[in-house]
Design a protein around this ligand. Sequence first.
Ligand SMILES: O=C(O)CCC(=O)C(=O)O
Ligand SMILES: [Fe+2]
Length: 226
Amino acid sequence: MTQTQTADDSAVTSEGVAAKLADTGICVIDEEVADARFRDISRHFGEIVYEAEIRMGAERPRNYQLPAAIDFHTDHVMAETIAWRCVASEPGGGEMRFLDLQKVADMLEEEEQQALGRVGVTDNAAWGGGEPIPLALPRPGGLRFHYVPWLRSYPYDAAAAAALEKFEQAFRKASQTDYVEIELAPGQCVFLDNHRIAHGRAAIPSDSPRNLTRLWIGSGETGRVA
Ligand SMILES: O=C(O)CCC(=O)C(=O)O
Ligand SMILES: [Fe+2]
């Protein structure tokens, strides 16, 4: 990383991030971006609906504030896009991991992919816990996913149950091999399509200095079945 890179002379543009995000579902900025620039780029994608500090030491910790490895998952449906900016890194690693759920679903037949729309995935109780949310619904260019392996999934018919089993098998296999791993340095950022790319994290020490700013960027849609 160059020392001279500042918010003003940065080559990073929100259009560039948007194009990469639309194409691959993920955009990693591996240069140092100032916090204000990070927020400017984030606002290009919609409203910032929630902000969190991802670090150890909270009084009533959530999973992302605990040292154990975090399995691949999507965040709450209110987040269309997730943006992280690294404030402090873990010297021993603390890698973020990313898994393309579209590639997982592509292992299934067309009809099975459609049947995933008839699988409800529990809405996180921490956010009010509404009706279950479809695991995958068609949208332009692919499927829109909501999948959290530790929350219960409810198939609504036999074909949906079979499709869920096949999806989970493919997901477990891909979780072992088909993911991208990234170690962020301070100032570096990741922008993610929350409904395409699942994310997770390697285990870190309970006294890790690792600290990320995370923004959930919404579009007003909930992805629920009416
Ligand atoms: O600590 C991380 O890298 C990501 C944790 C996580 O799941 C999140 O921020 O939503
Ligand atoms: Fe998460």
